[in-house]
Every structure is written in C-alpha cells, then in structure tokens.
Design a binder for this molecule. Structure first.
Ligand code: SF4
Length: 231
C-alpha cells in the first residue's frame, strides 16, 4: 500500500464512521477554549473540565483574568498538573491579550505563540477549533497513532509529524482529522495495548500488518497440539 492509499483509506474510514469529531474540552468562546487548552497540557480533558467552570465563574472575561492575583487563581487549579506554572501562564496570557491584542484572543498561530503558556501545539489547536484553519496540532496521541498506522515515517519530533500529515491530508479536512486521530488514540489505539480487535483501520495499519499479525501467527502455532517425531 502506498502512503497516499493509506491516507485515503484512513480518511474515508473516519469520514464514514466518525462524521463528526470535536474537542472534548468544554468552552463557550475562544477565551475559555484558550484557558482550557493551556490547562490541558500533561492533564486529561476530563480533569480540566472539572476545573474550568469555577475559573470561568470567577473570571468570565480575559480582562478579569488579567487582574487576577496568583493567590486567588492558584487554589482553583491546584488539582491540575503543574499548577504553579499554569497559574502564572494564565495570568500572563490574559495580561498580554489585553495589552497587545485589545482583549481579543488572536487568530493566527504566530500571534498566539507570543502569549505565555502557548506553544505551537496550543496555537494549532486554537486556530483549528475556532476557525477551522488547516493547522495540525500534534500531541502524544497524534504522534503515536500516526506512526503506528504508517501515516508518518521516522518522524522524530511533533513538528516532523505535523509536516508529514499536512502533506497528505486535504486542507479542508485537517481540522477534523486532528480530532479523528486524537480520539482514536484516546479510546482505541491506546498507548500500551492498542485495541486492534475493535479497530476498523487494520487493512491500512502498518503496525497491525507487521507486528500484530506476526504475534497472532506465533501464538496460534504455539497453541497447536505438540506433534511427536517419534514413531
Ligand atoms: S490496527 Fe491497532 S495499531 Fe493499528 S490503528 Fe488500529 S488499534 Fe492502532
């Protein structure tokens, strides 16, 4: 199977079986999404969703958050990973949005990346979710699943994964492809033991057709009744 055929198979399978896919983070506007995505680094969406309602109640706008003190905000996010840094990042982000962008969350990757706590992955998530811009955010799931299926080859960094995926995924499908791959990695192609038996991508998956099939064949051979050579 060529790389293009593999991409075509995967995209059409997802289009057929997962026609709608979106972020599992709860938010009502770009400001809330940005807060949630900053908090989600090294943390589950579920945990973030348990935390953000109190933050949004106390700081309903970026202006309000820009005036927060560390001591007031910290207790609201102490149950999340890296609460110290994330408290500083959220306040710093809000201050910069107010000072440099008139209180509007910017719409480009380059502008977003000037904000504290916002790297390329976060900026790609915000722009693809808010405006459906063709930006592929590569997190641990996208990195792992893309390599397993064979959508990427020898990608060593998230940026290499991003560029290889963008080469083959049609521009208008990049924003949804990001969610397809993340959700697949979260629920089916999980890190330790991928659930290949429940996966519809087996015909195109490199890992399945090389590693898994061989393991299954070995196990079946071992299970055969022992044939004695003695006569
Ligand atoms: S076949 Fe297995 S390894 Fe391949 S994508 Fe599906 S779950 Fe992941």
């Amino acid at each position: 199977m060529t790389k293009k055929e593999r991409f075509d198979f995967v995209i059409s399978w997802f289009e057929q079986h997962v026609p709608e896919a979106e972020t599992e983070l709860l938010y009502d506007n770009p400001y809330e999404l940005l807060v949630a995505v900053i908090l989600s680094a090294q943390c589950t969406d579920k945990r973030v969703n348990m935390t953000t309602p109190a933050i949004f109640r106390r700081y309903p706008t970026v202006e309000k958050l820009s005036k927060a003190s560390f001591d007031d905000l910290f207790p609201l996010i102490r149950s999340i990973s890296y609460p110290n840094n994330k408290t500083k990042h959220l306040i710093g982000m809000a201050e910069k949005v107010v000072q440099d962008f008139h209180g509007e969350i910017p719409h480009t990757v380059a502008e977003l990346m000037t904000l504290p706590g916002v790297g390329r992955k976060t900026a790609n998530v915000i722009t693809s979710v808010v405006d459906k811009q063709p930006n592929m955010a590569v997190d641990t799931h996208v990195f792992r699943v893309s390599a397993r299926i064979g959508l990427t080859t020898h990608a060593k960094t998230p940026l290499q994964t991003e560029l290889q995926l963008l080469k083959y995924i049609p521009e208008e499908k990049v924003h949804i492809a990001h969610h397809w791959i993340i959700l697949h990695g979260r629920y089916i192609c999980v890190a330790r033991s991928p659930k290949c038996g429940e996966c519809g991508l087996t015909p195109a998956c490199k890992y399945y057709n090389t590693v898994v099939k061989k393991e299954v064949a070995k196990t079946s051979l071992r299970a055969l009744p022992h044939q004695s050579t003695k006569k």
